[in-house]
Design a protein around this ligand. Structure first.
Ligand code: NAP
Length: 478
């Protein structure tokens, strides 16, 4: 510990990236940092709570690491606080030496084709939020009772999560923390067939080996791959894919699926299709999604290397009452913070936020996770990513001259807050948001949810409405 006053950091967002950044800062052996984490929802953990599929409980156990960070006496959690609404960027700069933006990529990328807003067509982000009990998506109406076929657009892990969730057997879903409203609808679902459609080939798919293997192990569903389509899609030479171990293993797994005999017709099916792009979603006679029109692609060299999908004249129409667009997440601009519309990230150099005009680093502003690098990588990727940003912060804020506001020789500029008193910012936040949720409030929610889940052998029963979450948080927090 040092006698110097602490370096006070505000982390905006409580997902993996925010928690890894907080953890790295608090590990500083000189104990120089104090971290306040501001989160829009009452609950922490970001996509670990509202993105990771409910049948992947092991992945969620990463929160134990974040709980250790939260237990540090130099850490505070302020939930139910919206950046830009309850407190502005300029106000935070008055109270903290630095802000770390860790707000992820909460939105979806549109396909930009006719009919994508028809009822029955959903962004995967909404559907994932819905089955995971994210308060923003509880009201989503997913009609699983009319359609027998769903089409999932995209070849990433989110596409596979969505496909799997649509065909999991009630017995597979029962022991999970799937939101209760979704459990009921999924149990009554009439969906029998899910087509997962990739615009390029199997060697270029973004999904990973364990997720692809899982499709072959489902209790109630077969995985179907057409051998001829698979081999056609593998015909183009792709040196990068051939050198990639994940891609090579994906191809092996897909070839093994193509050899599998199709079992009894009463089982559900996940059908993996390749070299197809949706060109339009068309309505049925009730104005709901009725069919997905697809164009056949071939693979052509891309200008920057690799292979891109190039449309041919061949078309195909697939009757489907449901479609899920799983073509990637997208970042959202934060009020007053630089944002690059094209890449949907906060412009930065290794985590130092850059002035979009001059390109120079902005004093006291940093970024981590998907809003720094775009929506790629697994949860653990954010650990290394946050380390890079924290290293830049250490260079800027801990260099001898940095805390005086001078530019340290070895880093970007530092920032000196006018009112770094921890009590003062808490008072301001409580005045702006009387229903602020502290970490003790979250722990009350956590205990409550776990106790609801226990009798049924479930990890938890999630509270999905903000009022409910606030009521339980208020019952125990000071
Ligand atoms: P992703 O991995 O980037 O995959 C996006 C997919 O959408 C790609 O197949 C891409 O094809 C396709 N796509 C993009 N634009 C398209 C268009 N206009 N038309 C048709 N297809 C299009 O994104 P994600 O699935 O959203 O996943 C985000 C990140 O979270 C990934 O890093 C993923 O691994 C991770 N994640 C991990 C897990 C897990 O570990 N179990 C679960 C979920 C998510 P192209 O390649 O041709 O662009």
């Amino acid at each position: 510990m040092t006698d110097e006053p602490s370096i006070r950091i505000a982390v905006i967002g409580s997902g993996p990236a925010g928690f890894y950044a907080a953890g790295h800062l608090l590990k500083d052996s000189a104990g120089r940092f104090e971290v306040d984490m501001l989160e829009r929802l009452p609950t922490p953990w970001g996509l670990v709570r509202s993105g990771v599929a409910p049948d992947h409980p092991k992945i969620k156990s990463v929160t134990r690491i974040y709980e250790k960070t939260a237990a540090n006496p130099r850490f505070r959690y302020f939930g139910n606080i919206t950046f830009g609404e309850h407190i502005s960027r300029a106000e935070l700069m008055e109270h903290y030496h630095a802000i770390v933006y860790a707000t992820g990529s909460p939105s979806d990328r549109p396909l930009g084709i006719p009919g994508e807003d028809l009822p029955g067509s959903h962004a995967a982000t909404e559907f994932v939020g819905w089955y995971n009990g994210h308060p923003d998506h509880t009201a989503l109406e997913v009609d699983l009772l009319s359609a027998e076929r769903a089409v999932v657009i995209g070849n990433g892990n989110v596409a596979l999560d969505v496909a799997r969730m649509l065909v999991l057997a009630p017995a597979e879903l029962a022991p999970t923390d799937t939101a209760d409203h979704a459990l009921e609808v999924l149990a009554a679902s009439r969906v029998r067939e899910v087509l997962v459609v990739g615009r390029r080939g199997p060697a270029q798919a973004a999904f990973t080996n364990p997720e692809l293997l899982e499709l072959g192990e489902l209790a109630d569903a077969d995985v179907i791959v057409d051998k001829a389509e698979l081999e056609l899609a593998l015909a183009a030479q792709d040196a990068a894919a051939e050198a990639d171990i994940t891609s090579r293993r994906n191809v092996e797994i897909l070839r093994s699926y193509a050899e599998r005999p199709v079992s009894s017709s009463d089982r559900k099916r996940i059908v993996l299709r390749f070299l197809l792009s949706p060109s339009a979603f068309t309505p049925d006679e009730h104005g709901r999604l009725g069919a997905v029109e697809l164009v056949r692609n071939e693979l052509a060299p891309a200008p920057g290397g690799g292979l891109r999908a190039q449309a041919t004249d061949e078309r195909e129409t697939i009757t489907a009452g449901l479609a899920f667009r799983a073509i990637g997440y997208r970042g959202i601009a934060l009020p007053g913070v630089p944002f690059d519309e094209r890449s949907a990230v906060i412009p930065n150099d290794g985590g130092r936020v850059r002035d979009p005009d001059s390109g120079a680093p902005l004093a006291g502003e940093y970024v981590v996770g998907w809003i720094k690098r775009g929506p790629s990588g697994v949860i653990g990727t954010n650990k290394k990513d946050a380390q890079e940003t924290v290293d830049a912060m250490l260079a800027d804020l801990c260099a001898p001259s940095g805390r005086n506001g001078d530019s340290p020789a070895n880093g970007g500029p530092a920032h000196v807050p006018s009112d770094p008193d921890p009590a003062s910012v808490e008072e301001l936040l409580r005045a702006r948001q009387p229903e602020l949720v502290t970490y003790a409030g979250w722990e009350a929610i956590d205990r409550h949810e776990r106790s609801l889940g226990e009798p049924a052998g479930r990890p938890r029963v999630k509270l999905t409405r903000i009022e409910e979450l606030l009521r339980i948080a208020a019952s125990e927090q000071p």
